[in-house]
Every structure is written in C-alpha cells, then in structure tokens.
Design a protein around this ligand. Structure first.
Ligand code: ZN
Ligand code: ZN
Length: 83
C-alpha cells in the first residue's frame, strides 16, 4: 500500500448515518488528512460565506427580507439597495 495515499478524515451524512468520506485526501490539517471539500478551512470559509449571504438579506433588525419586499415588515424600515 502506498504511504502517500490518505483517506479523507471527513464525514458525510447519508441515509441518516455518518460515513467516512471515501475520497482521496489532498490536504493535511493537524495530522489529519482531508479531501478538497472536507478541508476544515474550506468548510469554515463556506459556512462563513453562506452566513454573510444570509446576513446580506436581513434587515438591521434581524428580520430576513424577501427579494421582492421593499420594506421590512417587522420594523417598517425601507430596504437598503444591495449591490
Ligand atoms: Zn472528504
Ligand atoms: Zn427590520
């Protein structure tokens, strides 16, 4: 068996169970190996990005705004134009 081959330490949720990711690991983090999609740094980045995306849709009061609303139904504030 080749020593430079590592299985990904990441887990995938499938059929209501966690399974070890079967993919070929390409990055090492803290002595553990991960494939490109389970790289913990990428996972955090992805989570951060989707959180930012969520926040961008929200009114400063915290209410999630729909695309087609021009006013926040919660506090009545006019929705700011987002680029
Ligand atoms: Zn993986
Ligand atoms: Zn609001």
């Amino acid at each position: 068996m080749r020593t430079d081959y590592h299985d990904c330490f990441g887990q995938v949720f499938n059929n209501w169970h966690y399974h070890h990711c079967q993919r070929h690991a390409t990055v090492e983090r803290d002595g553990k190996w991960y494939c490109a999609s389970h790289d913990p740094i990428k996972v955090v980045e992805r989570r951060e990005k989707s959180h930012q995306k969520y926040l961008a849709k929200c009114c400063p009061c915290g209410w999630e705004l729909k695309e087609y609303w021009s006013y926040c139904p919660h506090c009545g504030k006019r929705k700011e134009a987002k680029l």
